[in-house]
Design a protein around this ligand. Sequence first.
Ligand SMILES: C[S@@+](CC[C@H](N)C(=O)[O-])C[C@H]1O[C@@H](n2cnc3c(N)ncnc32)[C@H](O)[C@@H]1O
Length: 208
Amino acid sequence: MFKRSWFWDRLAKRYAGMPIPDQASYEAKLEKTRTFLRPDSRVLEFGCGTASTAILHAPHVALIHAIDYSPRMLEIARAKATAAGVSNLSFAQATLAELDSPPDSWDVILGMSILHLLPDRLQTLARVHELLKPGGLFISSTICIGDAAWQMRVLAPLLRALPLLPSIASLSLGQLKGELVRAGFKIEECWRPGANKAALIVARKRVR
Ligand SMILES: C[S@@+](CC[C@H](N)C(=O)[O-])C[C@H]1O[C@@H](n2cnc3c(N)ncnc32)[C@H](O)[C@@H]1O
């Protein structure tokens, strides 16, 4: 039977060994994110992959619950968390829609390198909004190829036509910010290290 996570399951081992493409920007994003974390923060990360980011943030918060739909990614994530000696990091195999969690229960939700991959991005933003406490923060890093050079914009639909690759949304940064605002968030910070780089957005859940 077709397994929805097959692409990431197959990639998991290689993904874990891949160097971070832009280490300086990654570290700057970790730093910026950390200024919004508190020792008592309850953090949820979706699409956590092999948990590289969760492991680095875990010492700065009360707990992180990290979810991903790929069992192979989670296998590696669990082994890395154990090797790092991180005890406040838990894992579950789930999408955000499937997650069994009451509304208004998280201080911070992280979605790193994931929003551009989701076919149901608007539902995801609504779900993030539902799960966050009032005033809680959604921190994401997203590739916005809608702003990329025309070659990339032309290539994207062609790549989408290949059933072997996950689809990447033709999203612009302005569009994503608009979607966040319409989903009930206030943009607190937005930083894109370069024209074709993923944008870090810190968005606060508005109290309606
Ligand atoms: C590009 S990787 C990013 C991993 C990690 N957040 C990082 O920054 O290294 C995308 C991850 O999202 C997961 N993923 C993709 N679609 C998902 C979905 N609908 N629900 C949960 N996880 C998903 C994949 O299994 C993969 O681990």
